[in-house]
Design a binder for this molecule. Structure first.
Ligand code: GLU
Length: 328
């Protein structure tokens, strides 16, 4: 089930787009696809499409196919992955592989079963983080074997990994230096849910390493996940890729665009603009790649692409595109 590596030469630039197909892509998703593709193509590297459908109930194959269709319409091609690469490129098909990596961590004594219910987590956890999630208080960290056996009879456990009380630092290619103390900022985190579904943090690390990915480009909202992933790379003896966390898109009133902005999904935008160049031009201007929002092709952008041009501040979309897309 292991996917083919990008290249036998691990130095070859290899990037990927890794969407979760739980809805139609919005502008933020296509910006991520665009910048990850430009970075790879400008370097003559290889580009992959991995479908992150871990929670298969929420991610039907029809939505994954729609993403492929939207990417192709936009002008983004990939060298391997998605339906063209077959089943290894869907995370829902890679649970055996994730299980083998989980065992490696188990053998290092880093894992423990967690029986806390959602309600218990909410009641027991403190402090509350700014993003609305909780630092795990370690309730199940030191259960005795007898307690574990007794609790297992009542409910299946999730699996958590112990985190160290030390700073994990990275230099992000877009956002600069970033550091977190996992014990203080996050707590022991879940690698497999009680229903058997593997956590994003483990799957993304295993897949990027197995697929030979050398650079990860994704939204700035995932920067705070990266120290957890670096910790897993370290513990699994894997080499971490370079990271580029790109600006998020906001409406002129400062509201962040998200999948809830159905009015700006690719279905509406395709219908409204009919061709990708005006959307590419608008996104390029929003992140600092071009001085104006004139229509432009991906090939033109690839010719002069460099990360130095990309602003790290969130990008405000011009009101025009929001109104045009809505009224179109
Ligand atoms: N699947 C994640 C998403 O769609 C992206 C994960 C990543 O790029 O690491 O938000």
């Amino acid at each position: 089930m292991t996917a083919r590596r990008c290249s036998s030469n691990m130095q070859t630039v290899c990037g990927r787009f890794a969407p979760t197909p739980s809805g139609r892509m919005h502008l933020g998703n296509i910006l991520c696809a665009m910048l990850s593709w430009l970075s790879v193509r400008a370097a003559g590297g290889r580009y992959l499409l991995r479908i992150e459908d871990l929670d298969a109930m929420r991610c039907p194959r029809t939505l994954a196919d729609q993403i492929e269709d939207d990417l192709q319409w936009f002008g983004i091609d990939w060298d391997d992955g998605g339906s063209a690469g077959g089943e290894p490129w869907y995370q829902s098909n890679r649970f055996d592989l994730y299980g083998r990596y989980l065992e490696k961590l188990e053998r290092k004594g880093l894992l423990y079963p967690c029986f806390c219910s959602r309600a218990e987590l909410h009641a027991a956890q403190a402090p509350h983080r700014s993003d609305g999630t909780y630092v795990y208080a370690g309730t199940c960290r030191n259960l005795t074997p007898e307690q574990v056996a007794q609790k297992r009879r009542q409910r299946p456990p999730a699996v958590r990994v112990r985190v160290p009380d030390r700073q994990i630092c990275l230099i992000d290619g877009c956002q600069g230096a970033y550091a977190q103390n996992l014990a203080e900022d996050c707590g022991d985190f879940i690698l497999r849910r009680s229903d058997g579904v593997y956590g994003y943090q483990l799957a993304v690390v295993v897949d990027d390493a197995e697929m030979g990915v050398t650079e990860v480009v994704r939204g700035r909202d995932l920067l705070e996940s990266t120290p957890r992933q670096i910790y897993l790379y370290e513990q699994l003896g894997l080499r971490a890729p370079a990271f580029y966390h790109i600006p998020l898109l906001t409406a002129p009133d400062g509201r962040r665009l998200s999948k809830r902005d159905g009015d700006l999904d690719l279905g509406v935008l395709r219908g409204r603009f009919g061709r990708p160049e005006p959307i590419i031009g608008m996104l390029a201007a929003a992140v600092g790649l071009r001085p104006t929002a004139q229509p432009v092709t991906l090939q033109e952008l690839a010719a002069g692409f460099s990360w130095e041009q990309i602003s790290k501040e969130d990008a405000v979309l011009p009101m025009g595109i929001l109104q045009e897309a809505k009224t179109g």
